[in-house]
Design a protein around this ligand. Sequence first.
Ligand code: SF4
Length: 193
Amino acid sequence: MTNADLDTRIRACDRCPLRSGCRSPIPGDGHFGSRILFIGEAPGKNEDIEGVPFVGRSGKLLTSILQDLGLERERDYYITNIVKCRPPDNRDPSPAEIAACSGYLVEQLELMRPDVIVTLGRFSFNFLVPNRGMTQSRGQCFRIHGVADRPLSFAPVVLACYHPAVALYDPKKRGIITEDLSKLPEIIASVQL
Ligand code: SF4
């Protein structure tokens, strides 16, 4: 199984009702062979139109912050969401929808085997690291050995980060996100290859 095979399976998926309300499932974007994986919640309107994750206003903000840190999507990281289809009216994905779709994320994790996973927002953070609050956890690292009761064959580090959407109207949150993401080079350097 290659990433291209998995992308093809995801794009053909109609396993849950979200498929009927979006243009297409969106597997992810970026360099799948890199050491950093970003995980958000679900595609939004612009992502659904373009078929690429994190290309709307919050995605552009995230891309800009990462470029300021010297990180380019095509070279340095891959980015995806827990749920691959856009929920109607950008509502939160339901537990049933997350359960239906998250197996793809686990497959992506096992294929990519990133050293560092950056969770964007509480949905992706609590999917990987349950029962912890975002406010207390942001900027911190957590070593995980499994996801949703499924063991992983490797043990990546999770860096908890706010979703960039919260920074669109709150400059303080942009500063916090930048501060947290600026730890990435040090984290990458400290993680054993
Ligand atoms: S959200 Fe996931 S499980 Fe549901 S149809 Fe889309 S790709 Fe399939």
